[in-house]
Design a protein around this ligand. Structure first.
Ligand code: 9YT
Length: 131
């Protein structure tokens, strides 16, 4: 059994930030669960264009507020405590922070390894490492 506490991740290599996001990688591929599990903070007012071409992602909001726009349909959905979005079609999307920092709990299938970089489309490249 593994016990992971977010306070032990903050300030380590498992806490990663980019423009408009900070993510604490609580479980990565190497943790052997078959998915990765993240706490992501989106600051108020941030705007992120994302497209996980090679991953499925479910995201559950537990605090704060914001919106997600589905770029395929142009539809925008409100996000607040208790809202989950599932990117079941590798959906291209824009995530916007609202009036309060959003705290999101995210799971990725296949798991993120931790060494991905966002490409020019906001995607992560596929994992080509050996298991
Ligand atoms: C909100 C969202 O897509 N979070 C994903 C996790 C983050 N991009 C990471 O850990 O790299």
């Amino acid at each position: 059994m593994k016990i992971v506490r977010v306070q032990d991740i903050i300030g380590t290599e498992r806490e990663v930030s980019g423009p408009g996001w900070t993510s604490r990688r609580m479980l990565l591929k190497k943790d052997g669960m078959g998915f990765s599990f993240h706490e992501t903070i989106i600051p108020a007012g941030a705007e992120l264009n994302l497209w996980y071409k090679h991953h499925l992602e479910a995201v559950y909001c537990v605090a704060g507020n914001g919106t997600i726009t589905d770029k395929a349909t142009g539809e925008t959905h409100e996000i607040s405590d208790g809202t989950l979005y599932a990117l079941d079609k590798h959906d291209q999307h824009t995530l916007r922070g609202g009036t309060e920092d959003m705290r999101l709990i995210c799971a990725f299938n296949p798991p993120v390894t931790g060494s991905e970089v966002h490409d020019e489309d906001g995607a992560y490249l596929p994992d080509t490492s050996e298991d």
